[in-house]
Design a protein around this ligand. Structure first.
Ligand SMILES: NC(=O)C1=CN([C@@H]2O[C@H](COP(=O)(O)OP(=O)(O)OC[C@H]3O[C@@H](n4cnc5c(N)ncnc54)[C@H](O)[C@@H]3O)[C@@H](O)[C@H]2O)[C@H](O)CC1
Ligand SMILES: [K+]
Length: 510
């Protein structure tokens, strides 16, 4: 059950989508039938979203995306719309299903050069989809730029032309659509920026591609939805005790910089850790004491004191970084926590502390994972792109890597779950599993929001949720908390929205 629901959230590579098509066609559904259904889905979206759109332009490219455009044009013509089709290549040059779809269309068709967006109420973009192989240039690039400058709404077939389905990158230039209709499952480019913004509202149409094909294909990338992790999530039970829900620790920075750690600690408590203790340098104990209530406080002045605290093996999840200050102390503490068998969320200054010797961190993480015996990553890294660059400069600067590729390579190298933050946060595990997040609002880009996230991750780790699921759940909840609050959000507001998020999670399915 959980497995099937997760498969609904799969994000497919070009090869995986091609394989799903191949298996479906081999099982008896001809390609032209899939194209016909794709066209019906596009026409349905157009008629439902734009009931008043009379003058419709269909732009058809040289491949099957163009074939979909011909087939959709035919349906809209039958529905009484005033349709004109504009083609990049003459219809007689099309092949396979696209050629058949073009032959079945008997409405007006003209070369692309005759297209003027201003003369239409709606444009259907069937120039390029999954087969986009290189940047748009020349006549097509100019046309796309004129189209974007016009006020006419665009519905994209499969992907806005110019957007890479694999990476969400703009190749050359790309159509800015109001809506996108894709088929069977989304692709990473629908969720990764800037692709996501170019897609507008995405509708996924089940065109009869066999979902059982996914069992054979075994995709490893998913949209971050509860189906991915809800079955692994620890939920406080009636018979439970606070000690069953783990004991999280947050390291505080010096006296003038304690707020970030308190945000993380409050979030950890709200997100379900049974107990949360702040480890504070001596000089910050009074400041922290003045602010903390349910969060406990312990002095932790140096590595000796830390070693003595770590003797208590009930302390099982740690947050190090928010407001902590970068340097030798952070490095020593992180290594000590991992060596003691703790699970560690390393954020902010904690990450930057290893910029001169990332391998020391990766070796500590590898040793910690191996020592656990279940190969579960003990380390969760939560960098934004600037921090990511400090730990993984070569991956960050390599040409042609998507954010998804970057997070996966980093996770494998660091033997850690990597949460590469942003509007399109990617969560990746060393074994290649990855999730792309879609919850949240622009208001999350606010001071302290990352500190809250690290606390939510730690709460899940403390309760025994596996690291990948813990991180993915936390990112989703963090976004949902922001959505629930709405405009005017500051980081302090996020923990207080978590009860609503949990209630929603209980009330709804995946
Ligand atoms: N199950 C499904 O998902 C179905 C999808 N359908 C649609 O088919 C397209 C993919 O079709 P394909 O022919 O493989 O690729 P495209 O139409 O996207 O384009 C390939 C075509 O374009 C040329 N090309 C690539 N990049 C450029 C460029 N920058 N400039 C100029 N020309 C370029 C390339 O050489 C090829 O000739 C998918 O998106 C769906 O819309 C089917 O309808 C069936 C079901
Ligand atoms: K398209």
């Amino acid at each position: 059950m959980a497995q099937n629901q997760a498969m609904d959230a799969a994000l497919l590579t070009l090869a995986e989508m091609g394989e799903a098509d191949r298996l479906t066609i081999a099982a008896g559904t001809p390609g032209i039938v899939l194209m016909e259904r794709a066209a019906e889905a596009i026409a349905e979206t157009v008629l439902a979203r734009y009931p008043g759109a009379e003058r419709v332009a269909c732009l058809a490219g040289p491949g099957n995306n163009g074939g979909d455009a011909y087939a959709a044009a035919a349906i809209l013509l039958r529905a009484g719309r005033e349709v004109r089709l504009f083609h990049l290549v003459p219809p007689e040059k099309l092949q396979g299903d696209a050629a058949n779809a073009a032959a079945a269309y008997d409405g007006p068709a003209e070369p692309l050069a005759a297209f003027d967006a201003q003369s239409f109420d709606l444009v259907i973009d069937g120039l390029f989809g999954a087969g986009l192989a290189r940047p748009l240039e020349g006549e097509v690039a100019e046309l796309v730029e004129r189209l974007n400058a016009a006020a006419t709404p665009v519905v994209a077939i499969d992907l806005p032309s110019g957007i890479s389905g694999a990476s969400g990158a703009v190749l050359g230039t790309a159509v800015e659509a109001e809506a996108t209709v894709t088929f069977f499952r989304r692709k990473p480019g629908h969720l990764l920026e800037p692709g996501r913004s170019h897609c507008g509202a995405v509708a996924v149409s089940d065109i009869g591609v066999l979902s059982t094909a996914l069992e054979t294909i075994a995709p490893k990338c998913f949209e971050n939805r509860p189906a991915l992790w809800r079955h692994r999530l620890a939920v406080p039970s009636d018979a439970g005790h606070k000690y069953d829900r783990g004991h999280a620790v947050v390291f505080s920075g010096p006296a003038s910089r304690t707020g970030a750690a308190r945000l993380a600690a409050t979030a950890a408590l709200r997100a379900g850790a049974g107990l949360v203790t702040m480890f504070s340098p001596a000089g910050a104990v009074l400041v922290n004491a003045a602010h903390l209530t349910a969060v406990m406080l312990k002095r932790c002045e140096d590595t000796d004191e830390l070693a003595s605290h770590l003797g208590d093996t009930r302390l099982n999840a740690f947050v190090l970084g928010p407001g902590f200050g970068a340097g030798e102390t952070a490095r020593a503490y992180a290594e000590a926590v991992l060596a003691a068998g703790g699970r560690l969320v390393l954020d902010a200054d904690g990450i930057s502390s290893f910029k001169d010797d990332p391998e020391a961190l990766f070796a500590a993480a590898r040793a910690a994972s191996e020592a656990r015996g279940d190969s579960e990553p003990a380390l969760v890294l939560t960098p934004h792109s600037g921090e990511f660059k400090r730990l993984f400069p070569d991956i960050a600067s390599a040409e042609g890597l998507s954010k998804l590729d970057q997070a996966r390579l980093a996770a494998e190298r660091a033997c850690a779950v990597v949460v590469l933050k942003g509007r399109d946060t990617v969560i990746a595990a060393p074994d290649g599993r990855a999730a792309i997040n879609a919850t949240g609002t622009p208001w999350l880009a606010t001071a302290g929001s990352g500190d809250v996230l690290s606390g939510i991750v730690a709460a899940q780790l403390a309760q025994g949720t596996p690291s990948f699921e813990a991180a993915a759940a936390a990112v989703w909840m963090h976004g949902k908390a922001a959505e629930a609050f709405g405009a005017g959000l500051i980081a302090e507001d996020l923990p207080g929205m978590l009860p609503k998020v949990f209630a929603g999670l209980e009330a709804t399915g995946p």
